[in-house]
Design a protein around this ligand. Structure first.
Ligand code: AMP
Length: 187
């Protein structure tokens, strides 16, 4: 089953995505990573998205969906995938639905890493990137929350969303994630 991980930066999406991908044949796809690689390689796409990524703005939906359409057609995605960093807007969520039905793939199960702002700020400060001070982080988080609420509602309406408590330790989040997935498969 395809999985989408939603949650603020610092909620553990990437960590948990990598843990899950290590356990089986599923691949972990991060739009942020795909974009950063394209920028390093200075591909046509990389040059186009660079100004957005470097200023922390959202890359236009059509470019993101072009990347996703290509990525989801690669053969390593056949046995399942975990998507992180996308969709960031309802337009992306709708386009992703279209891509999935055109590729005859099932609806994704969406996991929301529900995490307190104070916890996320502390984790991001501990990561210690130079541009991460508390004020900048808070600004990013508020921007993220505004963007993501309609996406969460979009998946809630379709009963595809399950919440996991992202405030816990890495191992605890992994356990909650497994329980949530089992529950949603059995439901
Ligand atoms: P991330 O690693 O998910 O924090 O993404 C890093 C940057 O890549 C973001 O600040 C955006 O500029 C861009 N980005 C990643 N995913 C998306 C997306 N789904 N839609 C638009 N921009 C994105």
């Amino acid at each position: 089953m395809p999985l989408i991980f939603l949650g603020p930066p610092g909620a553990g999406k990437s960590t948990q995505g990598k843990i899950l991908a290590q356990q089986g044949p599923i691949v972990h796809i991060s739009t942020g990573e795909l974009l950063r690689k394209a920028i390093v390689a200075q591909t046509h796409l990389g040059k186009e998205v660079q100004p957005y990524v470097e200023t922390g703005q959202l890359v236009p939906d059509y470019l993101i969906m072009e990347i996703m359409r290509k990525r989801l057609q690669e053969s390593d995605t056949k046995l399942g995938w975990i998507l992180e960093g996308c969709p960031r807007t309802v337009t992306q969520a709708q386009s992703l639905d279209q891509i999935l039905s055109s590729l005859n793939q099932p609806h994704p199960q969406v996991i929301y890493f529900n995490t307190d702002t104070s916890v996320v700020i502390q984790r991001l400060l501990n990561r210690g990137r130079q541009d991460d001070n508390e004020r900048v982080i808070l600004h990013h988080l508020q921007f993220f929350q505004r963007q993501i609420i309609p996406v969460i509602e979009f998946y809630q309406k379709q009963k595809l969303l399950v919440s996991v408590n992202g405030n816990q330790s890495i191992n605890e989040v992994t356990s909650s994630l497994y329980s949530a997935l089992q529950f949603s498969v059995l439901a």
